[in-house]
Write a protein that binds this ligand. Structure first.
Ligand SMILES: [Fe+2]
Ligand SMILES: [Fe+2]
Length: 212
């Protein structure tokens, strides 16, 4: 075996290790879970609906981790890599918050998460390989779509579940900053069909994780 194939195997094993950590190990956050703990337990129907919504958001954060890992593997620009690393740290908080809230709601993570991880990793690696402008443009577009998705969920939660809503509000704030930073670093506007394909992929993920 030559050293090149050995290092490829090394990289592959490293990526599998990271995937297992995201999918199976408890996530840790550096910031406290937003919102106050529920005083009285939510009514059963609301708890079920909140758990479904938070399962979708948890899947979104699993996908975010995979996107960043994929981009980190192929992106060659030091400034971009540093910005992505900073955002990935905040995304790790989001993952931990969604995980903790799911537990509080007696919910569970989606069984489809390995599928979302694999797909998102491949998309992230492709975006990273396409160069700085496209890669950052992809981040900006992703964050724009995530922001509008989160606002939709906050509307659906209304006043019925303040704790989940507070988490989504904080996440929305962070996602907007990630998007603005990517745009300011030179993110290029993506062609309309790409944005549309991203929206349909996200819709598929939303529907799958809501039920499964
Ligand atoms: Fe996030
Ligand atoms: Fe983000």
């Amino acid at each position: 075996m030559d050293s090149r194939s050995f290092s490829l195997i090394d990289v592959g094993l490293g990526e599998i290790d990271k995937a297992i950590k995201v999918l199976a190990a408890p996530a840790h956050s550096s910031r406290d879970l937003p919102g106050a703990p529920d005083g009285e337990a939510l009514p059963a129907a609301q708890r079920l609906e909140s758990a479904r919504l938070m399962r979708v958001n948890h899947s979104g954060e699993v996908a975010a981790q995979a996107l960043y890992q994929g981009q980190a593997l192929t992106a060659r620009d030091a400034a971009v890599s540093a910005a992505l690393r900073h955002a990935a740290g905040e995304e790790a908080d989001h993952l931990a918050w969604c995980e903790q809230r799911l537990r509080e709601l007696d919910g569970r993570a989606s069984v489809l998460n390995p599928l979302w991880y694999a797909g998102s990793f491949a998309i992230g690696a492709l975006a990273g390989a396409l160069g700085r402008g496209t890669n950052l443009g992809f981040v900006a577009e992703t964050e724009r779509q995530v922001e509008s998705h989160l606002r939709g969920h906050m509307e659906r939660l209304g006043e019925a579940d303040p704790r989940s809503r507070a988490i989504l509000e904080r996440m929305t704030h962070d996602e907007m900053q990630h998007g603005a930073q990517a745009a300011s670093l030179g993110g290029r506007e993506l062609p309309f069909p790409v944005g549309l394909a991203m929206r349909w992929t996200a819709r598929l993920m939303t529907l799958g994780s809501y039920w499964l």
